[in-house]
Ligand binder design. Structure first.
Ligand code: NDP
Length: 445
């Protein structure tokens, strides 16, 4: 049995019920086969893949808090510190009822390679809780965040582990978390990113993931097809942070974004999404995407999944994991879609990814396509260390450079292994190579 297969068997045996984690490890190791085969004996002797698939540390803790009716609620908190090979652990916090150890481990594992791809000195981690901020009062969210940080603060620090936002963790939550960290530690340090601009945040961090996604799409179109986003019909799933700013940048570059969604359903506006209206609904009123049609009756709302049946040239899944399956991929292709790039983490199932690769759909996986968020988080850390704030234009220009560099690295790595155009392999290989080099230099750790 090959070394990759042995390690895959081990991962399944050691993490039996962790389906998302196993899915992510399989996807990465499958595409690393070519690299591992070229170094099989050495990697096996050093148990390199065993080390890379086992997190350095998993922290799990109780989060008790009091709701507005005076009842005590208990949630579970997690922080998975996956790899510190190339820098302090770095990765977001997710607050969503679906959160469990498997989901946090899959996200932490992917984060290691993503962070490596940015070219910046950041290791990989991820955390979160099964707490649902939706429908909670600000006081309840604050009570939860303070309790969560009362435990988490023991394990993080500006040079140790620097969490950020993710699903369910936006500016409000980061503010409450930061305030509590500062109170407990008595330290004003860059321990979280995605902070507000008045207390150490970076300009362009809010926009970074969505903008970065569109920058890499533009680079891919230019390189592969000598084309641009101008006039392309784009469907974006989700209507949160990543979806909103991907839509904004795509529109700026001349694309026509016609659909957005949330977990209740999707809207289609053939005139082009009115983003000011979406921001008003989602960011100011914390409403639902269906509220869009009340203000814009020419648009339609369709309940349930199904956004991938809307014909488009480019699909940008920006909601959550496994939101786009094989049938969706086939429907996209039948309707003429020629490019998929992932704003979310692992939104396409493995079968969908295989379909893109076998059917000539240009595909950029999340760990490359959505790396702009963590890249600007790392720039926020730099600014905090320097006690400086860079302008929006400066951060945005660096973000653009980083995304163009990621495309080049991913494209080159794929070509080196005769896998031209396979950016899944390219991203995994390029991310992996740097982590392995750093691990080797540091001895058996
Ligand atoms: P937000 O919480 O701001 O938005 C998430 C969006 O996805 C909402 O519209 C939400 O709808 C929808 N969604 C969540 N879960 C589901 C589900 N099970 N089914 C359908 N829709 C769902 O999160 P972000 O925009 O920050 O994150 C979106 C994705 O991007 C995630 O995969 C995240 O890991 C990834 N990402 C985010 C980065 C960032 O900087 N924020 C960086 C890199 C990756 P609803 O309100 O109905 O739940």
């Amino acid at each position: 049995m090959s070394y990759v297969d042995q390690v895959l068997e081990r991962v399944v045996a050691k993490n039996p019920s962790e389906t998302e984690f196993i899915q992510a490890v399989k996807e990465v190791l499958e595409s690393l086969r070519v690299v591992v085969e070229a170094n099989e004996e050495k990697f096996k002797k050093e148990a390199l893949l065993e080390r890379i698939t086992d997190p350095e540390r998993i922290i799990s803790f109780r989060v008790p808090w009091v709701d507005d009716s005076g009842n005590v609620q208990v949630n579970r908190g997690f922080r998975v510190q996956f790899s510190s090979a190339i820098g302090p652990y770095k990765g977001g916090l997710r607050f969503h009822p679906s959160v469990n150890q498997s989901i946090i481990k899959f996200l932490g594992f992917e984060q290691v390679f993503k962070n490596s791809l940015t070219g910046l000195p950041i290791g990989g981690g991820k955390g979160g809780s099964d707490f649902d901020p939706k429908g909670k009062s600000d006081r309840e969210v604050m009570a939860f965040c303070q309790s969560f940080m009362t435990e988490l603060n023991k394990y993080i620090g500006a040079d140790v582990d620097v969490p950020a936002g993710d699903i369910g963790v936006g500016a409000r939550e980061i503010g409450f978390l930061y305030g509590q960290y500062k109170r407990i530690k008595g330290l004003y340090e860059g321990v979280l990113t995605g902070k507000g601009l008045t207390y150490g945040g970076s300009l362009a961090r809010t926009e970074a993931t969505g903008y970065g996604l569109v920058y890499i799409v533009a680079e891919m179109l230019k390189n592969v097809k000598n084309d641009s986003l101008a006039g392309k019909k784009v469907v974006v799933s989700g209507s949160g942070n990543v979806a909103i700013y991907a839509t904004q940048k795509a529109q700026e570059l001349g694309a026509n974004v016609i659909a957005l969604s949330d977990s209740n359903g999707y809207i289609v506006d053939e005139d082009g999404i009115d983003l000011d209206l979406v921001k008003e609904i989602k960011e100011v009123k914390r409403g639902r995407i269906k509220d869009y049609v009340a203000a814009k009756p020419s648009a339609k709302f369709v309940e349930g999944k199904g956004i991938w049946s809307v014909p488009c040239d480019i699909a940008l899944p920006c909601a959550t994991q496994n939101e786009l399956d094989l049938d969706d991929a086939k429907t996209l292709k039948e309707n003429g879609c020629f490019l998929v790039a992932e704003g979310a983490n692992m939104p396409s199932t493995q079968a969908a990814v295989d379909f893109y690769l076998e059917n000539g759909i240009l595909f950029m996986p999340g760990k490359a396509a959505n790396a702009g968020g963590v890249a600007v988080s790392a720039l926020e850390m730099s600014q905090n260390s320097l006690r400086l704030s860079w302008s929006f234009e400066e951060v945005d220009a660096r973000l653009k450079d980083i995304m163009v560099n990621i495309f080049t690295k991913v494209d080159d790595a794929a070509k080196r292994y005769n896998l031209e155009g396979n950016y899944v392999a390219g991203a995994n290989i390029a991310g992996f190579e740097k982590v392995v080099e750093a691990m080797n230099a540091q001895g058996i750790v």
